[in-house]
Design a binder for this molecule. Sequence first.
Ligand SMILES: [Zn+2]
Length: 465
Amino acid sequence: MFKSLLLSIFILGTLTQSAWALSPGIEPSLLKKEALSTFQAYLRLDTSNPPGNELPSARFLKQILDREGIENQLFDLGNNRANLYAILRGNGSAKPLVFLHHMDVVPADPQYWSFPPFSGQIDKGFVYGRGAIDIKGKGVVDLYTMIRLKREKQPLKRDLIFLAVADEEVNSQGARWMIEHKPELFKNAEFLIDEGKTVTENELGQAQYAMVGIGEKSPLWLKLTFTGTPGHASIPMADNAVNRALNAAHKILNYSQEIPFLVLPGLEASLRLQYAGDVTRLPGFDKDMATSLKNMDFVKALAKQPELNAMLRNTISITGMQGSDKTNIIPNRATLMLDCRLLPGQDKEPFLAELKKVIGDPSVQIEIEEYYKSLYSSPDGTYFDSLKRVLQRHYPQLPVVPTIFTSSTDSSLFRALGINVYGFESYRVDEQTSVRAHGNDERLGVDGFFWGLDFLHELVLDLNS
Ligand SMILES: [Zn+2]
C-alpha cells in the first residue's frame, strides 16, 4: 500500500504533495487516491443524455455508500434511469445540508477529443472525460466528503444529504421525480449546493476569485398563434396570418432592444470579473453600474455584448416560425415560437401584458409551453459567511462573489421549494478548463480536485460548528 502511495505521489507531481500537506485527519492521502480512481471509473460510465442510462451509475455510487455503511436509497425510475439518495445523520440541532449533482452528461463526439470521452484518462495533471466538470467531478467530491466525515466519525449538527439525479441535461426528470415523490427526504433543508461556479485560478495555479450562483433566469417559452383570412395565394390578402406573424416579429425585435437593464442586488462584482471585465471597458462606463446605466452610450454598448445583455435584462429570442406548408396557399394560422428568459424574482404576468400590448394584434393567442418562476438565494447569511471564512483561510482576501446564470438547471426547481440553493463546485479550475463544459476535451485538474476535497470537508465542519 505504501509503495503504491509513493508511486502516485511521483506520478501526480509536487503540486499534489502540497495539496496533501494541507489536510490533517484520517489518511487523507489514501482517501484522495480512492476519490481519484472513483472519479475515473465514474467518467467511464457513459451517461450521455439522451438516453441517460443513469441506473448503472446510481448502482456504482450505491455500492460505494454500502461499503462505507452510509444509509442510502436507490430510486429506479424505469427505462434504465435512477436517482440515488444518501444521508449522514446529524443531531438535528441545525437544518440539513444537501449536496446535489446530476449523473447524466451531454453527448460527446470522440473525433474532436484528444482522448476517448468515456476513458477517464489522466494526462499532464488533468482527468479527461465527458462530465469531468459537468458535473461528475463535483459528485465525487461530494461523495468523498461524506465518506471522510463518516470515517472520521465527525459529530454533525445538520444531516448531510447526498443526492444524485437523472436527466438534468434534458428534462430534469430526476429532480422533478424527487420533488414530486420524495419531498420529505430533503424539503426541510436549509442549504442545497448544486453545480454553478468554482474557484477560478490563473495559469500559474493561483486562485483569483470564487464565484457562487445565487439565481437563474426563469424560462418562459411561448407559442404565439395568429389567425387571418385564408385563400389562394394568387390573390394577396391584407390580413394574411403570415403577415400578422411577421409584423409581430418585427415589433418584438424592436421591443427586445428597449427592455430595461436591471442590476440585481449584490451582482455588480461578478459583472466586473466575468467576461474578462468587459463591462468596465465599455464606452461610457463610469464608477459603477447605476451611474453608467444613465449614459446611453454605455447602454447601447452593453446591449451589444450578448452575455452581459442576457445577464442584465429580460430577453426574447425568436426561435421558430410556421405558416403554410404549400407555397400557393394562404393559411388560416401562423405561429411564432419565442424563448423568453426573465430575471430571477420576476413574475410572468407584467411581461406577458407588455408583450401583448407591443404586438397589438387582436388575433394573437399566447400559449405558455414552459415556465417556472425562478427565485434567487440570499448573497448574505450562514452559507456565504462560512464559505468566505473557510476560503479566506486558504486564500486571504480572495473575493467571494455572487452571480446569476442565464440558463436554468435543477437548482431552480429546488429554490421553488424555499431552499437556499447555491451553485458552487468545490475545486479550483482555470479559464481554459471552465470553457470546456459541454465542449471537447472536458477535464478537471487533479490538484484542483484534491484541494476541493479538503476544502469541502472544512466547509462542512464550519457549517456544523
Ligand atoms: Zn450540469
